[in-house]
Design a protein around this ligand. Structure first.
Ligand code: ARG
Length: 482
């Protein structure tokens, strides 16, 4: 007999059971479901719906179920439909009548809204921690490369010389925003939906504030109907992870490019590279390629839930059951991607010499010649640009870089160019001359690193304040049941 089977004369078809059930995937929520139930029971006890014995039995039973599930001793049945009913029926089997009282003043609609929100907020916190660790690794690398010259690119063409540390700081800036974005999603969604009932609240004198406090939410949600129909909290995180996935796909793409024979700027450690089954000489960058490829599913998951939610009438609809798998998928894939990206970066070899060699291709200091003309000969930039173009064409005809021309050669080509130009065309000089705020000079890069370090430290100090307190009771990972 189903928990909801009172009005039914016939049993469900096996096909219905298979189609309707979410237990195969929502069992992952078991710890949140049990924590939510423990808080709910405590509240029911405080308002005297449960007596002391019933409350004690419920707590004990739920704790037993939790350890059975985590030890793999619990049998999940498709006929239980979802994790909420699986736990409730196991509890009733264990403790009898008292188990049947647990569902007083709640519905599966607010129960699932609570469990899923707890999972989402917990994952949000864990992912922010992981990004912090990744940023820390990148900053450490950046600090030792503020004088390592490399070609900065636009259109993937050599543009102006930069230092490698500066490039790494650019990565960190994007990742910092990813943390801030997740943090704002966390703050916006840190409200507790339980007690909303099916859609309209309940006729009991419940204390939703107490449950919110008990679980560590900021406050209960405002409106029962919104609480059971809203899935923005999940969409927020899917968007945040899609954006984060996009950022790390760009980092990954650069690792793929830089590890190619054409660049050879970096060597990926053997630990994080793979071979080919047919070409014995190959060393493939599978790790960054996969990190890059994951953005596909991260975007897909966001779109998938957006479409599920579109046009749904209020309040709860079963369509919403389709919300969990995309979120689980995004969380799991971003988690492993961040972890392996961090390890890959930690073990990376930087080939400074090849970066420097590449700086000698493509006339990286051409803009410096134009700027020198503007400063020393008082001619408009556009005209200086034109004169520089002529010098570049000359260097091309000699198959050399503009920085390799002698001062006499340059001045011979255009007498407006004053002496002192040779030094200006030097690649290191060019990089160091970009001292404008936010520029690439090593002092500016160092300043950016300092700012990031200050932010990193204060974020590390304050992030525990946003750790959902219920996670203290969740000892292992955030995806408890595989
Ligand atoms: N398994 C359901 C879900 O994930 C739980 C809520 C079911 N509520 C209901 N009235 N059928 O959405």
């Amino acid at each position: 007999m189903k928990l909801w089977g009172g009005r039914f004369e016939e049993g469900s078809s096996a096909l219905l059971e298979r189609f309707n059930a979410s237990i195969t995937f929502d069992k992952k929520l078991y710890r949140y479901d049990i924590l939510g139930s423990l808080a709910h029971a405590k509240m029911l006890h405080s308002i005297k719906i449960l007596n002391d014995k019933e409350y004690a039995d419920i707590c004990h039973g739920l704790q037993e179920i939790e350890s059975e599930i985590s030890n793999g001793e619990f049998t999940f049945n498709i006929s239980d439909e979802d994790i909420h009913m699986a736990i409730e029926s196991a509890l009733t089997q264990k403790i009898g009548q008292a188990g049947k009282k647990l569902h007083t003043a709640r519905s599966r609609n607010d129960q699932v809204a609570l469990d899923f929100r707890m999972y989402v907020l917990d994952s949000n916190y864990n992912i922010r921690q992981q990004i912090l660790e990744l940023i820390e690794v990148i900053i450490t690398l950046a600090k030792s490369h503020t004088k390592t010259l490399m070609p900065g690119m636009t259109h993937l063409q050599h543009a102006q010389p930069i230092n490698f540390g500066f490039h790494l700081v650019a990565w960190c800036c994007a990742l910092k925003r990813d943390i801030e974005r997740l943090e704002s999603s966390f703050v916006r969604n840190n409200f507790m939906p339980l007690g909303s009932g099916a859609l309209a609240g309940t006729p009991y004198e419940t204390d939703r504030e107490m449950i919110a406090r008990e679980l560590g939410f900021k406050a209960p949600t405002l409106n029962a109907m919104d609480s059971v129909s809203d899935r923005d909290f999940a969409l927020d995180v899917l968007y945040d992870l899609a954006m984060l996935g996009m950022h790390i796909s760009r980092i990954a793409e650069e690792l793929v490019l830089w590890s190619s024979y054409e660049f050879k700027f970096i060597t990926i450690s053997d630990k994080y590279a793979t071979g080919s089954s047919i070409m014995p000489q190959k060393k493939n960058p599978d790790v960054p390629e996969l990190v890059r490829g994951k953005s596909g599913r991260l975007y897909g998951n966001l779109i998938s839930l957006l479409v599920v939610m579109k046009s749904l009438p209020l309040a709860y609809n079963k369509d919403t059951q389709e919300d969990k798998e995309p979120v689980f998928d995004s969380v799991e894939n971003i988690t492993i991607s961040l972890e392996i990206l961090k390890e890959t970066l930690k073990t990376l070899t930087i080939n400074k010499d090849n970066m420097l060699k590449a700086c000698k291709i493509g006339h990286l200091s051409a803009t410096d010649l134009a700027d020198f003309l503007v400063k020393t000969s008082n001619i408009p930039f556009r005209q200086a640009h034109h004169i520089t173009g002529k010098i570049v064409a000359y260097a091309e005809s000699k198959h050399c870089d503009i920085s390799d021309l002698s001062e006499d050669e340059i001045i011979g080509l255009d007498p407006t160019i004053k002496s002192g130009i040779k030094e200006v065309l030097d690649i290191a000089h060019s990089m160091e001359s970009r001292k404008s705020l936010g520029g690439t000079s090593s002092t500016q890069t160092m300043q950016q690193i300092c700012t990031l370090e200050t932010w990193l430290q204060s974020t590390k100090d304050t992030i525990p304040n946003t750790k959902p307190t219920y996670t203290q009771h969740i000892s292992t990972s955030n995806n408890p049941s595989k």
